[in-house]
Design a protein around this ligand. Structure first.
Ligand code: NAP
Ligand code: MG
Length: 399
Protein backbone atom coordinates (compact mmCIF):
# COMPACT_ATOMS: atom_id res chain seq x y z
CA UNK A 1 0.00 0.00 0.00
CA UNK A 2 1.30 3.47 -0.89
CA UNK A 3 2.13 5.70 2.04
CA UNK A 4 -0.02 8.74 2.76
CA UNK A 5 1.55 11.97 1.55
CA UNK A 6 1.68 15.16 3.61
CA UNK A 7 1.61 18.66 2.08
CA UNK A 8 2.88 20.80 4.95
CA UNK A 9 5.34 19.64 7.61
CA UNK A 10 4.35 19.22 11.22
CA UNK A 11 6.51 20.96 13.76
CA UNK A 12 7.95 18.09 15.80
CA UNK A 13 9.20 18.95 19.29
CA UNK A 14 11.09 16.03 20.80
CA UNK A 15 11.44 15.73 24.57
CA UNK A 16 12.93 13.81 27.46
CA UNK A 17 13.31 10.51 29.30
CA UNK A 18 10.68 7.78 28.94
CA UNK A 19 8.44 9.84 26.70
CA UNK A 20 11.38 10.45 24.34
CA UNK A 21 11.85 6.68 24.07
CA UNK A 22 8.13 6.17 23.42
CA UNK A 23 8.15 9.04 20.90
CA UNK A 24 10.64 7.20 18.70
CA UNK A 25 8.82 3.87 19.00
CA UNK A 26 5.45 5.44 18.18
CA UNK A 27 6.88 6.93 14.99
CA UNK A 28 8.59 3.66 14.02
CA UNK A 29 5.74 1.29 14.79
CA UNK A 30 2.57 3.28 14.28
CA UNK A 31 3.18 6.23 11.95
CA UNK A 32 6.07 5.81 9.53
CA UNK A 33 4.81 2.51 8.05
CA UNK A 34 1.68 4.34 6.89
CA UNK A 35 2.61 8.01 6.42
CA UNK A 36 5.38 9.67 4.41
CA UNK A 37 6.07 11.69 7.53
CA UNK A 38 7.11 15.28 6.91
CA UNK A 39 8.26 17.17 9.98
CA UNK A 40 10.43 20.09 10.91
CA UNK A 41 12.29 18.62 13.85
CA UNK A 42 13.26 20.51 17.00
CA UNK A 43 15.04 18.69 19.79
CA UNK A 44 13.61 20.10 23.04
CA UNK A 45 15.40 17.43 25.06
CA UNK A 46 17.05 19.06 28.06
CA UNK A 47 20.61 18.48 26.75
CA UNK A 48 19.89 20.36 23.55
CA UNK A 49 18.00 23.14 25.33
CA UNK A 50 21.08 23.61 27.47
CA UNK A 51 23.40 23.46 24.46
CA UNK A 52 21.39 26.11 22.56
CA UNK A 53 20.80 28.31 25.64
CA UNK A 54 17.13 27.40 25.28
CA UNK A 55 17.14 28.97 21.79
CA UNK A 56 15.67 25.78 20.37
CA UNK A 57 12.48 26.28 22.41
CA UNK A 58 11.98 29.77 20.96
CA UNK A 59 12.73 28.55 17.43
CA UNK A 60 10.27 25.69 17.82
CA UNK A 61 7.54 28.07 19.02
CA UNK A 62 8.24 30.40 16.06
CA UNK A 63 8.00 27.43 13.69
CA UNK A 64 4.70 26.53 15.35
CA UNK A 65 3.42 30.03 14.53
CA UNK A 66 4.69 29.72 10.97
CA UNK A 67 3.27 26.27 10.13
CA UNK A 68 0.26 26.26 12.44
CA UNK A 69 0.47 22.75 13.90
CA UNK A 70 3.00 21.20 16.28
CA UNK A 71 3.28 17.99 18.24
CA UNK A 72 5.28 18.08 21.46
CA UNK A 73 6.82 15.33 23.56
CA UNK A 74 6.88 15.80 27.35
CA UNK A 75 9.96 17.66 28.56
CA UNK A 76 11.80 18.08 31.84
CA UNK A 77 11.29 21.40 33.60
CA UNK A 78 14.62 21.61 35.40
CA UNK A 79 14.86 22.08 39.15
CA UNK A 80 18.03 22.12 41.26
CA UNK A 81 18.38 18.35 41.17
CA UNK A 82 18.17 18.36 37.35
CA UNK A 83 20.78 21.11 37.12
CA UNK A 84 23.17 18.70 38.86
CA UNK A 85 21.98 15.59 37.05
CA UNK A 86 22.45 17.17 33.60
CA UNK A 87 25.22 19.56 34.57
CA UNK A 88 23.19 22.48 33.20
CA UNK A 89 24.43 26.02 32.56
CA UNK A 90 21.25 27.38 34.06
CA UNK A 91 17.90 26.35 35.50
CA UNK A 92 16.04 26.81 32.20
CA UNK A 93 12.39 27.84 32.28
CA UNK A 94 9.54 25.45 31.59
CA UNK A 95 9.34 24.94 27.80
CA UNK A 96 5.56 24.69 28.09
CA UNK A 97 5.50 28.09 29.80
CA UNK A 98 7.70 29.62 27.09
CA UNK A 99 5.62 28.18 24.25
CA UNK A 100 2.37 29.20 25.97
CA UNK A 101 3.61 32.77 26.27
CA UNK A 102 4.62 32.97 22.60
CA UNK A 103 1.40 31.38 21.35
CA UNK A 104 -0.79 33.29 23.85
CA UNK A 105 -2.86 30.17 24.19
CA UNK A 106 -5.50 28.37 26.17
CA UNK A 107 -5.03 24.75 27.22
CA UNK A 108 -7.78 22.25 26.42
CA UNK A 109 -7.77 18.85 28.13
CA UNK A 110 -10.15 16.03 27.28
CA UNK A 111 -10.34 12.42 28.48
CA UNK A 112 -9.87 9.54 26.03
CA UNK A 113 -12.89 7.35 26.62
CA UNK A 114 -12.55 3.59 26.30
CA UNK A 115 -15.13 0.90 26.90
CA UNK A 116 -14.04 -1.01 30.03
CA UNK A 117 -12.58 1.98 31.84
CA UNK A 118 -15.64 3.45 33.51
CA UNK A 119 -15.57 6.97 34.90
CA UNK A 120 -16.25 7.23 38.63
CA UNK A 121 -19.35 9.19 37.65
CA UNK A 122 -21.36 6.60 35.74
CA UNK A 123 -23.53 9.10 33.83
CA UNK A 124 -20.45 10.54 32.07
CA UNK A 125 -20.57 8.89 28.65
CA UNK A 126 -18.83 11.58 26.56
CA UNK A 127 -15.74 13.66 27.20
CA UNK A 128 -15.82 16.77 29.37
CA UNK A 129 -13.25 19.18 27.98
CA UNK A 130 -11.74 21.68 30.39
CA UNK A 131 -10.55 24.92 28.81
CA UNK A 132 -8.22 26.60 31.25
CA UNK A 133 -7.23 30.24 31.01
CA UNK A 134 -3.50 30.11 31.66
CA UNK A 135 -2.72 33.73 32.56
CA UNK A 136 -3.02 35.83 35.70
CA UNK A 137 -5.31 35.74 38.75
CA UNK A 138 -3.71 34.11 41.80
CA UNK A 139 -0.85 32.72 39.66
CA UNK A 140 0.46 36.26 39.21
CA UNK A 141 -0.83 37.66 42.51
CA UNK A 142 0.96 39.80 45.05
CA UNK A 143 0.17 38.68 48.57
CA UNK A 144 1.49 39.25 52.01
CA UNK A 145 0.92 39.17 55.73
CA UNK A 146 -0.87 42.04 57.44
CA UNK A 147 -0.81 43.17 61.05
CA UNK A 148 -2.82 45.78 62.95
CA UNK A 149 -3.32 48.61 60.44
CA UNK A 150 -4.91 49.37 57.08
CA UNK A 151 -4.50 47.51 53.80
CA UNK A 152 -5.26 49.59 50.69
CA UNK A 153 -5.53 49.00 46.97
CA UNK A 154 -4.02 51.90 44.99
CA UNK A 155 -4.24 52.41 41.24
CA UNK A 156 -2.07 55.16 39.74
CA UNK A 157 -3.00 56.13 36.18
CA UNK A 158 -0.50 57.39 33.59
CA UNK A 159 -1.02 61.02 34.70
CA UNK A 160 -0.21 60.16 38.25
CA UNK A 161 -3.69 60.41 39.73
CA UNK A 162 -4.57 57.83 42.31
CA UNK A 163 -7.62 55.81 43.11
CA UNK A 164 -7.34 54.46 46.63
CA UNK A 165 -9.62 51.95 48.29
CA UNK A 166 -9.47 50.43 51.72
CA UNK A 167 -9.25 46.66 51.56
CA UNK A 168 -9.54 46.19 55.32
CA UNK A 169 -8.78 47.89 58.60
CA UNK A 170 -7.01 45.15 60.48
CA UNK A 171 -7.47 44.96 64.24
CA UNK A 172 -4.88 42.17 64.35
CA UNK A 173 -2.88 39.79 62.14
CA UNK A 174 -4.20 38.72 58.76
CA UNK A 175 -3.37 38.21 55.10
CA UNK A 176 -3.89 40.26 51.92
CA UNK A 177 -3.81 39.35 48.23
CA UNK A 178 -4.00 41.48 45.07
CA UNK A 179 -4.37 39.94 41.65
CA UNK A 180 -4.93 41.08 38.10
CA UNK A 181 -5.82 40.10 34.58
CA UNK A 182 -5.76 41.96 31.28
CA UNK A 183 -8.60 42.42 28.81
CA UNK A 184 -6.25 41.38 26.03
CA UNK A 185 -5.59 38.01 27.67
CA UNK A 186 -9.27 37.46 28.51
CA UNK A 187 -10.20 38.24 24.89
CA UNK A 188 -7.65 35.68 23.64
CA UNK A 189 -9.03 33.15 26.09
CA UNK A 190 -12.59 33.78 24.89
CA UNK A 191 -11.69 33.41 21.20
CA UNK A 192 -9.71 30.23 21.85
CA UNK A 193 -12.72 28.72 23.64
CA UNK A 194 -15.21 29.72 20.92
CA UNK A 195 -12.91 28.38 18.19
CA UNK A 196 -12.35 25.09 20.02
CA UNK A 197 -16.09 24.57 20.62
CA UNK A 198 -16.82 25.19 16.93
CA UNK A 199 -14.03 22.84 15.91
CA UNK A 200 -15.19 20.07 18.22
CA UNK A 201 -18.87 20.87 17.57
CA UNK A 202 -19.53 20.87 21.31
CA UNK A 203 -21.53 23.35 23.40
CA UNK A 204 -19.49 25.81 25.46
CA UNK A 205 -20.21 26.58 29.10
CA UNK A 206 -18.35 29.39 30.80
CA UNK A 207 -18.50 29.90 34.53
CA UNK A 208 -17.23 32.47 37.01
CA UNK A 209 -18.45 33.85 40.33
CA UNK A 210 -19.63 37.25 39.11
CA UNK A 211 -22.39 37.55 41.74
CA UNK A 212 -19.64 38.01 44.33
CA UNK A 213 -16.77 39.31 42.18
CA UNK A 214 -18.90 41.85 40.36
CA UNK A 215 -16.17 43.88 38.63
CA UNK A 216 -13.39 41.30 38.24
CA UNK A 217 -15.37 38.24 37.19
CA UNK A 218 -17.98 40.58 35.73
CA UNK A 219 -15.37 41.72 33.18
CA UNK A 220 -14.73 38.11 32.08
CA UNK A 221 -18.46 37.59 31.64
CA UNK A 222 -18.86 40.83 29.68
CA UNK A 223 -15.91 40.18 27.35
CA UNK A 224 -17.13 36.67 26.55
CA UNK A 225 -20.65 37.97 25.86
CA UNK A 226 -19.46 40.79 23.57
CA UNK A 227 -17.13 38.58 21.54
CA UNK A 228 -19.81 35.92 21.24
CA UNK A 229 -22.40 38.39 19.94
CA UNK A 230 -20.06 40.05 17.47
CA UNK A 231 -17.98 37.19 16.14
CA UNK A 232 -19.41 33.78 16.97
CA UNK A 233 -23.19 33.80 17.48
CA UNK A 234 -23.99 33.11 13.86
CA UNK A 235 -21.38 30.36 13.53
CA UNK A 236 -22.64 28.69 16.71
CA UNK A 237 -26.21 28.76 15.43
CA UNK A 238 -25.15 27.36 12.07
CA UNK A 239 -23.23 24.56 13.80
CA UNK A 240 -26.16 23.90 16.12
CA UNK A 241 -24.28 24.37 19.38
CA UNK A 242 -25.00 26.67 22.31
CA UNK A 243 -22.95 29.09 24.35
CA UNK A 244 -24.05 29.37 27.96
CA UNK A 245 -22.71 31.58 30.72
CA UNK A 246 -23.61 30.63 34.26
CA UNK A 247 -22.28 30.69 37.82
CA UNK A 248 -19.58 28.17 38.68
CA UNK A 249 -21.79 26.62 41.40
CA UNK A 250 -24.44 26.01 38.79
CA UNK A 251 -21.97 24.43 36.31
CA UNK A 252 -20.56 22.12 38.97
CA UNK A 253 -24.06 20.84 39.70
CA UNK A 254 -24.92 20.52 36.01
CA UNK A 255 -21.64 18.78 35.09
CA UNK A 256 -22.15 16.04 37.67
CA UNK A 257 -25.65 15.35 36.33
CA UNK A 258 -24.62 15.61 32.66
CA UNK A 259 -23.55 12.87 30.27
CA UNK A 260 -20.54 14.95 29.17
CA UNK A 261 -19.97 16.22 25.66
CA UNK A 262 -19.29 19.79 26.84
CA UNK A 263 -16.46 22.29 26.72
CA UNK A 264 -16.20 23.90 30.14
CA UNK A 265 -14.28 27.18 30.08
CA UNK A 266 -12.70 27.93 33.45
CA UNK A 267 -10.75 30.79 34.93
CA UNK A 268 -7.16 29.91 35.80
CA UNK A 269 -7.67 28.59 39.34
CA UNK A 270 -10.99 26.90 38.59
CA UNK A 271 -9.38 25.15 35.59
CA UNK A 272 -6.39 24.03 37.64
CA UNK A 273 -8.61 22.39 40.26
CA UNK A 274 -11.41 21.12 38.04
CA UNK A 275 -9.10 19.53 35.46
CA UNK A 276 -7.57 17.35 38.20
CA UNK A 277 -11.04 16.33 39.34
CA UNK A 278 -12.19 15.54 35.82
CA UNK A 279 -8.97 13.64 34.92
CA UNK A 280 -9.20 11.51 38.04
CA UNK A 281 -12.90 10.83 37.56
CA UNK A 282 -12.21 9.56 34.02
CA UNK A 283 -9.32 7.30 35.13
CA UNK A 284 -5.79 8.51 34.35
CA UNK A 285 -3.58 11.36 33.13
CA UNK A 286 -2.16 8.98 30.52
CA UNK A 287 -5.67 8.81 29.04
CA UNK A 288 -6.06 12.56 28.48
CA UNK A 289 -5.46 14.65 25.39
CA UNK A 290 -4.05 18.13 25.75
CA UNK A 291 -3.85 20.86 23.14
CA UNK A 292 -2.76 24.46 23.32
CA UNK A 293 -4.82 26.66 20.99
CA UNK A 294 -3.89 30.22 20.13
CA UNK A 295 -6.48 32.85 19.23
CA UNK A 296 -5.03 33.03 15.70
CA UNK A 297 -5.68 29.31 15.19
CA UNK A 298 -2.26 27.82 15.94
CA UNK A 299 -2.28 24.37 17.57
CA UNK A 300 0.21 22.53 19.75
CA UNK A 301 -0.64 18.95 20.71
CA UNK A 302 0.99 17.21 23.69
CA UNK A 303 0.40 14.60 26.38
CA UNK A 304 -0.99 15.81 29.70
CA UNK A 305 1.57 13.86 31.78
CA UNK A 306 5.30 14.33 32.34
CA UNK A 307 8.38 12.40 31.21
CA UNK A 308 7.66 9.45 33.58
CA UNK A 309 11.08 9.60 35.21
CA UNK A 310 10.59 6.62 37.52
CA UNK A 311 10.00 4.34 34.51
CA UNK A 312 12.97 5.86 32.63
CA UNK A 313 15.41 4.94 35.40
CA UNK A 314 14.16 1.34 35.16
CA UNK A 315 14.53 1.46 31.39
CA UNK A 316 18.13 2.64 31.78
CA UNK A 317 18.79 -0.48 33.89
CA UNK A 318 17.61 -2.55 30.95
CA UNK A 319 14.15 -3.39 32.29
CA UNK A 320 11.15 -3.34 29.96
CA UNK A 321 8.62 -0.84 31.27
CA UNK A 322 4.88 -0.78 30.92
CA UNK A 323 4.55 2.96 30.32
CA UNK A 324 1.29 4.08 28.79
CA UNK A 325 1.88 5.70 25.36
CA UNK A 326 -1.79 6.53 24.65
CA UNK A 327 -1.67 10.27 25.42
CA UNK A 328 1.46 10.64 23.27
CA UNK A 329 -0.11 8.67 20.39
CA UNK A 330 -3.16 10.95 20.61
CA UNK A 331 -0.90 14.00 20.49
CA UNK A 332 0.36 12.67 17.13
CA UNK A 333 -3.07 11.76 15.81
CA UNK A 334 -4.48 15.13 16.93
CA UNK A 335 -1.71 16.97 15.10
CA UNK A 336 -1.92 14.80 11.96
CA UNK A 337 -5.68 15.23 11.84
CA UNK A 338 -5.43 19.01 12.22
CA UNK A 339 -2.71 19.12 9.54
CA UNK A 340 -4.97 17.07 7.27
CA UNK A 341 -7.91 19.41 7.87
CA UNK A 342 -5.85 22.52 7.13
CA UNK A 343 -4.27 20.99 4.02
CA UNK A 344 -7.42 19.28 2.77
CA UNK A 345 -5.75 15.85 2.83
CA UNK A 346 -8.64 13.63 3.82
CA UNK A 347 -6.57 10.42 3.82
CA UNK A 348 -4.34 11.84 6.57
CA UNK A 349 -7.40 12.61 8.73
CA UNK A 350 -8.79 9.15 8.04
CA UNK A 351 -5.49 7.53 9.06
CA UNK A 352 -5.46 9.46 12.36
CA UNK A 353 -9.00 8.29 13.09
CA UNK A 354 -8.06 4.71 12.23
CA UNK A 355 -5.07 4.80 14.56
CA UNK A 356 -7.15 6.23 17.42
CA UNK A 357 -9.75 3.53 16.83
CA UNK A 358 -7.03 0.85 16.91
CA UNK A 359 -5.71 2.17 20.25
CA UNK A 360 -9.18 2.02 21.80
CA UNK A 361 -9.93 -1.44 20.38
CA UNK A 362 -6.64 -2.82 21.71
CA UNK A 363 -7.58 -1.79 25.25
CA UNK A 364 -11.22 -2.82 24.84
CA UNK A 365 -10.05 -6.30 23.76
CA UNK A 366 -8.07 -6.52 27.02
CA UNK A 367 -4.51 -5.56 26.03
CA UNK A 368 -3.07 -2.61 27.95
CA UNK A 369 -0.26 -1.14 30.02
CA UNK A 370 0.04 -1.73 33.76
CA UNK A 371 -1.54 1.54 34.87
CA UNK A 372 -4.85 0.59 33.24
CA UNK A 373 -5.12 -3.02 34.42
CA UNK A 374 -6.57 -2.14 37.83
CA UNK A 375 -9.06 0.27 36.28
CA UNK A 376 -10.33 -2.11 33.61
CA UNK A 377 -13.60 -3.92 34.13
CA UNK A 378 -15.48 -5.53 31.27
CA UNK A 379 -17.55 -8.70 31.48
CA UNK A 380 -15.84 -11.59 29.70
CA UNK A 381 -12.53 -9.78 29.18
CA UNK A 382 -9.53 -10.38 31.46
CA UNK A 383 -7.02 -7.57 31.12
CA UNK A 384 -3.51 -8.53 30.01
CA UNK A 385 -0.57 -6.33 31.03
CA UNK A 386 1.86 -5.66 28.18
CA UNK A 387 5.09 -3.72 28.16
CA UNK A 388 5.13 -0.52 26.11
CA UNK A 389 6.56 -2.05 22.96
CA UNK A 390 4.25 -5.09 23.05
CA UNK A 391 1.33 -2.71 23.49
CA UNK A 392 2.42 -0.63 20.47
CA UNK A 393 2.73 -3.84 18.41
CA UNK A 394 -0.74 -4.92 19.53
CA UNK A 395 -2.07 -1.57 18.32
CA UNK A 396 -0.20 -1.92 15.00
CA UNK A 397 -1.91 -5.28 14.43
CA UNK A 398 -5.25 -3.48 14.66
CA UNK A 399 -4.56 -0.35 12.58
P1 NAP B 1 4.94 12.23 35.44
O1 NAP B 1 6.04 12.09 34.48
O2 NAP B 1 3.61 12.58 34.89
O3 NAP B 1 4.83 10.88 36.27
C1 NAP B 1 4.30 10.74 37.56
C2 NAP B 1 3.82 9.31 37.79
O4 NAP B 1 2.56 9.15 37.16
C3 NAP B 1 4.71 8.25 37.18
O5 NAP B 1 5.77 7.91 38.03
C4 NAP B 1 3.73 7.14 36.94
O6 NAP B 1 3.38 6.48 38.15
C5 NAP B 1 2.49 7.90 36.51
N1 NAP B 1 2.46 8.13 35.04
C6 NAP B 1 2.51 9.33 34.40
N2 NAP B 1 2.43 9.14 33.09
C7 NAP B 1 2.35 7.81 32.89
C8 NAP B 1 2.27 7.01 31.73
N3 NAP B 1 2.25 7.54 30.50
N4 NAP B 1 2.20 5.66 31.88
C9 NAP B 1 2.20 5.12 33.10
N5 NAP B 1 2.28 5.82 34.24
C10 NAP B 1 2.35 7.17 34.13
O7 NAP B 1 5.27 13.35 36.53
P2 NAP B 1 6.60 13.63 37.40
O8 NAP B 1 7.27 12.34 37.71
O9 NAP B 1 6.14 14.50 38.46
O10 NAP B 1 7.53 14.47 36.44
C11 NAP B 1 8.60 13.93 35.65
C12 NAP B 1 9.19 15.01 34.77
O11 NAP B 1 8.20 15.44 33.84
C13 NAP B 1 9.63 16.26 35.54
O12 NAP B 1 10.95 16.56 35.18
C14 NAP B 1 8.67 17.35 35.08
O13 NAP B 1 9.33 18.57 34.93
C15 NAP B 1 8.20 16.85 33.75
N6 NAP B 1 6.82 17.26 33.38
C16 NAP B 1 6.63 17.62 32.08
C17 NAP B 1 5.35 17.92 31.64
C18 NAP B 1 5.19 18.29 30.19
O14 NAP B 1 6.14 18.43 29.47
N7 NAP B 1 3.97 18.43 29.72
C19 NAP B 1 4.26 17.84 32.49
C20 NAP B 1 4.48 17.44 33.82
C21 NAP B 1 5.76 17.14 34.23
P3 NAP B 1 4.12 5.15 38.69
O15 NAP B 1 5.54 5.55 38.89
O16 NAP B 1 3.37 4.88 39.96
O17 NAP B 1 3.96 4.09 37.65
MG1 MG C 1 -4.05 21.13 39.25
Amino acid sequence: MAKIRMKTPLVEMDGDEMTRILWQKIKEILIEPYVELKTEYYDLGLKNRDKTDDGVTYEAAQANLKYGVAVKCATITPNLQRVEEYNLKKMWKSPNGTIRQILDGTVFRAPIIVDGITPYIPTWKKPIVIARHAYGDIYRAVDGAAGKGRAELVFTDRNGSEIRETVHDFAGDGVVCAMHNTNKSIESFARACFNYALDAKLPLWFSTKDTISKVYDGEFKKIFAEIYEKEYKEKFEQTGIEYMYTLIDDVVARIVRSEGGIVWACKNYDGDVMSDMVATAYGSLAMMTSVLVSPSGVYEYEAAHGTVTRHYYKYLKGEATSTNPVATIFAWTGALKKRGELDGTADLCAFADRLEGAVKRTIEEGFMTGDLVALFKKPGVTPVKLNSEEFLQAIAERV
